[in-house]
Design a protein around this ligand. Structure first.
Ligand code: RTP
Ligand code: MG
Length: 153
């Protein structure tokens, strides 16, 4: 399908600490998205600065980098039709007070900083390629047929 795409998503340290990794993964699986890359790590500060480079001049930038490097994160790559827009919609607004109940942030986020999950911005054309390349080597992303599971049964 021509409009299948890969999108970058990451469980933030607040959600990792609260045991919400499975919840986030489960919601994306339930939506029919295909997991092609996942790891757990303490993000090096240099990479966090690159990841949030677009916010370098914002007053909250230092706090943002401090937060994202404060504990383990789970960077992931998910694939699907219009995956970037789907995921952004599922995540909800940045500020949990604005995020609709039923979205991941609307159901779990504590405040603007501790908002559970990051996802590439669908309005930012190159965001996915850039963020995937920042966090994953090519050989960490795998190819497989999502529905080719007859051997299971
Ligand atoms: P993210 O990049 O983390 O997925 O979040 P987002 O696209 O929904 O929001 P973005 O504008 O990219 O902001 C990145 C993160 O910075 C924090 N933030 N703080 N104090 C503030 O006014 C403020 N604004 C944004 C949030 O934690 C947001 O997720
Ligand atoms: Mg953003």
């Amino acid at each position: 399908m021509s409009d299948r795409e890969r999108t970058f998503v990451m469980v933030k340290p607040d959600a990792f600490a609260r045991g919400l990794v499975g919840e986030v993964v489960s919601r994306l699986e339930d939506r029919g998205l295909k997991l092609v890359g996942i790891k757990v790590e303490n993000m090096p500060r240099e990479r966090a600065e690159e990841h949030y480079g677009e916010h370098e001049d914002k007053p909250f930038y230092d706090d943002l980098v401090d937060f994202i490097t404060s504990g383990p994160v789970v960077p992931m790559v998910w694939e699907g039709q219009d995956a970037t827009r789907q995921v952004r919609q599922m995540i909800g607004e940045t500020d949990p007070l604005e995020a609709e109940p039923g979205t991941i942030r609307g159901d779990y986020a504590l405040d603007l900083g501790r908002n559970v999950v990051h996802a590439a911005d669908h309005e930012d054309e190159g965001a996915n390629e850039r963020e995937i390349a920042i966090h994953f080597d090519d050989d960490e992303l795998i190819d497989y047929d999502q529905h080719d599971a007859e051997w299971l049964y």
